[in-house]
Design a protein around this ligand. Structure first.
Ligand code: HEM
Length: 485
């Protein structure tokens, strides 16, 4: 029972589509008040599948559930425990996780508008997307009856900024390509080039991931699913797979200080308009229009056909064209996630003297493919008129290895690629760390002479809410809404 074809009817459409045409969206955060009524509503909710229809949809509805939500819906504890530990404990559960994710000072979960404590933790999120003409009436209709089982704790509205995030940069350009056809050998040890093609099991539970492994998930005794509502597990055909075709969804409400960002940059360049744009673009790694600072190098990259993404950092180990600390280089170092400089003797020797150069090159590439994120966020508010930011959303089959690793090691890590005292210049938390280490510098190497260093970066992005959700397959949602046998 291996390598079954993908059942798109069982996968929520959000995994396959970003719904750019559906420019109006809002995310309703709900808490269960009456478990029977909540399950009854979930059972009939018109969830959109990943099947491609002749005409693109005008509306889409998705449902995601937190671990607190599974419990509130009456899911048995041993089933909840089959999910990953970070999903079970949640994003805001302990100070050590908060420190690792950079949720300190103004981003401390204690200050969050939602998700920072048990009382404000959503149970279920309903995500509504539509073309503007349909949104209100369809949304009202789709949500009718929900009030009998749920209370709404927040309605996260979004805004259509035409593909530009609130600081003014083109967004939504680089995404991994999912290997839906399951062509790629799951464990491709020979892989030594950066590829954009990513195994299905990196985003969906129940399929082999980039290690060739099935991620842990609740596999139930078939007796607990007598009507065979759930698919059977590929790797354990006698078990009912509650995870298959589901994904984890990370949501972070990231408030952006647009005035503070441009004000700081203006101060640095004394108002020079050319240098103003250059400095902001160096922080991101792309021009405001979305061109990579590496240029369109037209490198052949498996699974990638957008010319704005056909590049690696192979020819720029020093960061002369795109600073090593730039946001897109930190969040996906492509082929270059080891220090260009000499932070340790062994790495220095390997680099300088060429010891084991092949093994090192393989390591550079292979490690990035375990940390890809499928981004599905939406902006909110209209700058400069309203409070604005990003409802950052990413999907992945392993929250710890994907979102948490990228957020903590690459974006917040002070030692990323041999840097000192630096975290992501755009979105990093620039508070000094517990031991007093500074994190508010951004370096831009110049061809001769010392790096140009911008110091005293303020924090431009604050986390004001967040939670980890499970985005179940449609059969799993039906199973969960029937209550426990
Ligand atoms: C307010 C917060 C953020 C802003 C304004 C922002 C902005 C941007 C922009 C302008 C790009 C370049 C366009 C593109 O490739 O799509 C980008 C790329 C990216 N960002 Fe962010 N971002 C934010 C938060 C985050 C967070 C929290 C993460 C991960 C934890 C993240 C991960 C990524 C990734 C993976 C890419 C693609 C890099 C690549 O493949 O080249 N971003 N972001």
């Amino acid at each position: 029972m291996t390598d079954q074809p993908v059942d798109y009817e069982d996968i929520q459409g959000l995994v396959r589509f970003g719904y750019r045409r559906l420019t109006q969206a809002c995310f309703l955060l709900l808490r269960v008040t009456n478990p029977d009524a909540a399950r009854a509503w979930l059972a009939q909710a018109p969830v959109t599948s990943a099947t491609k229809r002749e005409a693109p949809p005008e509306t889409a509805l998705h449902i995601a559930i937190t671990s607190a939500g599974l419990r509130a819906l009456g899911v048995a504890e041993d089933i909840v425990e089959g999910f990953s530990s970070e999903f079970i404990v949640g994003m805001s559960s302990d100070s050590s996780r908060a420190r690792r994710l950079g949720d300190l000072g103004p981003s401390d979960p204690a200050h969050w508008q939602w998700g920072g404590s048990l009382d404000t933790m959503p149970h279920v999120m309903v995500m509504l997307y539509a073309v503007p003409a349909e949104f209100d009436e369809w949304g009202r209709h789709a949500m009718s009856g929900a009030e009998e089982g749920f209370e709404q704790i927040a309605c996260l509205t979004t805004s259509d900024l035409d593909g530009v995030e609130p600081f003014g940069f083109a967004d939504g350009i680089s995404e991994p390509t999912i290997d839906w056809k399951r062509d790629r050998p799951a464990r491709d040890e020979e892989l030594s080039d950066y590829t954009n093609l990513s195994c299905l099991g990196e985003y969906l539970l129940g399929y082999p991931n980039e290690y060739g492994e099935y991620t842990d998930r609740p596999l139930l005794d078939a007796l607990r699913d007598p009507d065979a509502i759930l698919p059977r597990a590929e790797d354990a055909p006698e078990r009912a797979d509650l995870g298959r075709n589901g994904s984890y969804l990370v949501l972070r409400q990231l408030q952006q200080d647009v005035e503070g960002f441009w004000g700081f940059i203006d101060e640095q360049v004394q108002g020079d308009p050319v240098r103003r744009k250059q400095l902001a673009e160096a922080m991101v790694g792309r021009t405001m229009e979305g061109e990579p600072l590496m240029g369109r190098t037209n490198e052949a990259i498996d699974g990638e056909d957008d010319p704005r993404n056909t590049f690696t950092y192979r020819s720029d180990t020093e960061g002369l064209r795109c600073p090593v600390g730039a946001h897109i280089r930190r969040s996906n170092p492509r082929n270059a996630d080891l220090p260009p400089g000499p932070p340790g003797f062994i790495s220095w020797a390997a680099r300088t003297l060429g010891f084991d150069a092949d093994a090192l090159a393989n390591d550079l590439v292979s490690s990035t493919r375990f940390h890809r994120l499928l981004r599905r966020g939406r902006e909110y508010g209209v700058p400069p008129l309203e409070e604005t930011g990003l409802h950052f959303i990413c999907l992945g089959a392993n929250i710890a290895r994907q979102f948490e690793f990228v957020q903590s090691a690459w974006l917040s890590g002070l030692r990323f690629a041999g840097s000192r005292d630096e975290s992501d210049p755009l979105i990093g938390n620039h508070q000094p760390r517990e031991d007093g280490t500074a994190s508010d510098t951004f370096s831009m190497p110049v061809p001769s002479g010392p790096d140009r260093r911008v110091c005293g970066l303020p924090q431009f992005v604050a986390v004001v809410g967040g939670a980890y959700f499970f985005l179940p397959g449609l059969r799993a949602l039906r199973y969960l809404s029937r209550g426990q046998p």
